[in-house]
Design a protein around this ligand. Structure first.
Ligand code: HEC
Length: 467
């Protein structure tokens, strides 16, 4: 019992030196004698003391690196999971998994984790927090912060034996060698620490109480704004009003007759679908003829034409390159914008039409069947079809604001392909496929004949039964 008490109070041996060189020499001796649990205390950093004591370089940078990499990974996994898997949300048209957008958070977390790694790693490696060190009990140790150098050998070292250590330290030329014993001063925490602690806890609750009172009380005064321009942005939201313009609209319509920068894609022909060369070459007498025709009509001497004549010189071709990509784009855009009314196949039986028919809306005008031969390119030029999509026609609205010029031409190309798909001459089919197509047509005709015969037979039988 008494022996263990002696051991508990014996912490090691400390030796005092007056110069750096004598300390370094002592350190080397102690290191060479095989002691590991040693430490040196100096008033200022002494270069080479780690080596003299045989202290290995710290592993703190590695802890820092691993923590930093963990931070990067945490940020990336978190953002990839949130933005590209769990809650996909289009932000500024960026892809869901957009690494450049993830950099700020990844950078911040890398720094944060690395700093935590360095800070807490340092604590752990140093065995902190440690409120007191037994060497502090030595009466002369205070001078370690002033003009003395101390070497300490811990009693937990394998080689430690009191007499041997005392002899070794004596050989190093130290004048003062002392045993380090347990601190005998009372272990109670001073009362004032408790008071300070209680006061700070109480003070830290004040902001929380303020927030809580704000939440449960009412006030007739406006809220306090620390940054008013962040709460009240002068930029308007969609559909809001503004006093800047006479019509009070914050959303400004396009200025008539202008084209926004970068929106003028291609020629006037591609933008309008009208053949401008032909337009300028129009017979100047045509206008006079038109006026005469109307005068005749008013006088009742001629019958007016049943259909108003469209004499716009429409473009008779598609002014952009037609290739597979354009057709694919046209198919996609047709599926998005046109198929709801005109149907995927263009027959005019889209879902909106089906629903309107089912509801029997009497104002409903059914969408045109795009396979009507009157809409073929011979009588309905490409430019006119483009203009129909752009400006609308009779009951159908225009799509200029939703569909880009290039995409409108893509739809024109696709509508042509659709039309061809229902009414193509045999010679557009590759020669080796023609026989196959012919056979299919024959089979379909056979099938139709058989169905008609069966129907006729059934009708005859029903008639017989009734008689
Ligand atoms: C909301 C339904 C609706 C959508 C969507 C729609 N259309 Fe129409 N479309 C109509 C109706 C209805 C008519 C017939 C208008 C009339 O006769 O008053 C029509 C007529 C047409 C005609 C015949 C025009 C003529 O001069 O006779 C064409 C061609 C046409 N649409 C193409 C398209 C294309 C291409 C799209 C896709 C960009 C499209 N439509 C989208 C309802 C629609």
């Amino acid at each position: 019992m008494s022996e263990s008490k002696v051991e508990a109070t014996d912490h090691g041996m400390v030796a005092e030196f007056t110069t750096v060189d004598s300390l370094l020499a002592a350190c080397r001796r102690v290191r060479d004698a095989g002691y590991i649990k040693t430490d040196a205390f100096t008033p200022f950093p002494v270069h080479g003391i780690d080596k003299a004591l045989g202290i290995k370089p710290t592993i703190l940078p590695w802890i820092c690196l691993v923590a930093g990499i963990t931070g990067t990974m945490t940020a990336l996994v978190m953002q990839i999971w949130m933005n590209s898997i769990d809650y996909q949300y289009i932000i500024s048209g960026k892809p869901f998994l957009s690494l450049p957008a993830f950099i700020p958070v990844a950078f911040e977390l890398t720094i944060l984790f690395a700093a935590f790694g360095a800070f807490f790693g340092m604590w752990a490696l140093n065995g902190l927090p440690k409120f007191s060190n037994p060497v502090f009990t030595d009466p002369r140790f205070d001078r370690a912060t002033d003009d003395r150098f101390f070497l300490y050998i811990d009693s937990s070292d394998e080689r430690y034996d009191e007499e041997g250590v005392r002899a070794l330290l004596g050989e190093t030329g130290s004048d003062y060698i002392n045993k380090v014993v347990e601190d005998e001063s009372p272990k109670q925490v001073p009362k004032f620490i408790y008071s300070v602690w209680a006061l700070s806890v109480a003070a830290s609750i004040i902001p929380l109480l303020c927030v809580l009172t704000m939440r449960v009380t009412n006030s007739s005064k406006p809220r306090f704004h620390i940054f008013p321009d962040m709460d009240f942005s002068p930029a308007r939201d969609a559909q809001q009003t503004t006093s800047l313009f006479g019509d009070n609209r914050a959303m400004r319509p396009d200025v008539p007759g202008t084209v926004a920068r970068g929106q003028l894609s291609g020629s006037m022909e591609a933008l309008t679908g009208i053949d401008f060369d032909a337009l300028t070459a129009v017979d100047p007498g045509a206008a006079a003829q038109l006026v005469a025709a109307y005068q005749d009509e008013a006088a009742g001497t001629t019958t007016p034409p049943a259909e108003p004549v469209d004499d716009t010189p429409w473009l008779d071709h598609i002014p952009v390159t037609v290739d597979e990509a354009l057709l694919a784009r046209g198919k996609q855009q047709f599926g998005i914008y046109c198929s709801v009314c005109h149907g995927m196949s263009g027959l005019g039986n889209g879902l909106v039409n089906q629903r309107a028919t089912e509801k029997q809306f009497d104002t409903w005008v059914p969408p045109s069947n795009l396979h009507d031969t009157a809409l073929y390119s011979e009588t309905y030029p490409d430019g006119k079809l483009f203009s129909t999509i752009t400006n609308g026609v009779r009951k159908m609205a225009g799509y200029a604001s939703q569909i880009e010029v290039q995409d409108r031409w893509a739809i024109v190309a696709y509508v042509r392909a659709l039309q061809l798909s229902q009414n193509a001459p045999l010679d557009v089919v590759p020669a080796e496929k023609q026989a196959e197509v012919k056979a299919a047509v024959e089979a379909a005709k056979e099938n139709l004949k058989r169905q008609e015969e069966a129907a006729a037979k059934a009708a005859a039988e029903r008639e017989k039964e009734q008689n």
